[in-house]
Design a protein around this ligand. Sequence first.
Ligand SMILES: Nc1ncnc2c1ncn2[C@@H]1O[C@H](COP(=O)(O)OP(=O)(O)OP(=O)(O)O)[C@@H](O)[C@H]1O
Ligand SMILES: [Mg+2]
Length: 333
Amino acid sequence: MALLEVNNLKTVFKTDAGTVQAVRNVSFKLEQGEALGIVGESGSGKSQMMYSIIGLLAENGKVEEGQFFFDGQDISPSNFTHKKDYDNFMRQFRGNSMAMIFQDPMTFLNPVLKIETQLVEPMLNHTDMTREQAKEKALELLKKVGIPSPEKRINQYPFEFSGGMRQRIVIAIALANNPKLIIADEPTTALDVTIQAQVLEIIDDLKKESNSAVIMITHDLGVVAKLCDRIAIMYGGKIVEIGTDKDIFYNPKHPYTEGLLRCIANPEDDNEKTLTPIAGSPPDLLNPPKGCPFVDRCEKAMRICKDFAPEVTEVSEGHQCSCWLLDKRAVRE
Ligand SMILES: Nc1ncnc2c1ncn2[C@@H]1O[C@H](COP(=O)(O)OP(=O)(O)OP(=O)(O)O)[C@@H](O)[C@H]1O
Ligand SMILES: [Mg+2]
């Protein structure tokens, strides 16, 4: 059984300007212990897709359609009669089953509490550990994420740490409850390059050690290259291509995926190929295109792409792409 199964998710936001169709018909599965990268440019729906599933949408947001199963359990909002019941259930559920790591560690850390309190309290709430056992584990976790002299540092406050160190503390807190799923939303974007690499290394080590599944959300294909078993490419609120890391890096099928690959530097390539950003801008989600969301920026667009949304084509087992170029029925003009 998959750890997480998402079927046909559709999320909208009501705004003064109209309805923003942030996520459209997204489906995917995540196996136990697997790392899935969600990649796409700013505004493509990565974060809201995830927040829809874990019950963290803003007040004006709504899951209009979709069913989600976590370890076989139905966690779709539609499975609850009252929003209050859903919210209560999800609060508990997030605390017990998953860990979240966001871009800014301070959205998660409490500035007025010592690191010890922030590590130990959740353990006391979610396990039957004693305070001594929890503190022991807290020290162990801080050591594991590379905080030097944890015995001293555990008594300090978040402001006494650098950005990279704070992110390590968040990871330590995230791991305190042996989560089945770690969700990281741009966890390294605010960090400088060497610290970024270290933080990714820590997430990777912990994933291997704990067999937690990971969902890594990022706009940077380079970040997922090392960490992720599978990669989903999002564009205009849709997953346009999904496959293994090899499928995406060596056999990309969607013109947008190809475009993203041309934007990243290849560290193994000595002749520094010129990086070419994708021209144009993303679609307006207040009024999304009825055909392929990428049509206006696609060099290979055909007539059909404008008017009809492409269906999912199975390129090979587990490698799926929504593009008319792969569909034999499409008239090539
Ligand atoms: N509360 C909200 N009200 C209205 N629109 C929203 C709201 N939150 C998000 N959106 C819109 O939903 C769309 C998807 O946003 P999302 O945050 O998922 O993008 P993202 O891919 O995570 O981008 P980034 O890389 O910048 O984090 C965007 O068009 C965004 O403007
Ligand atoms: Mg985001």
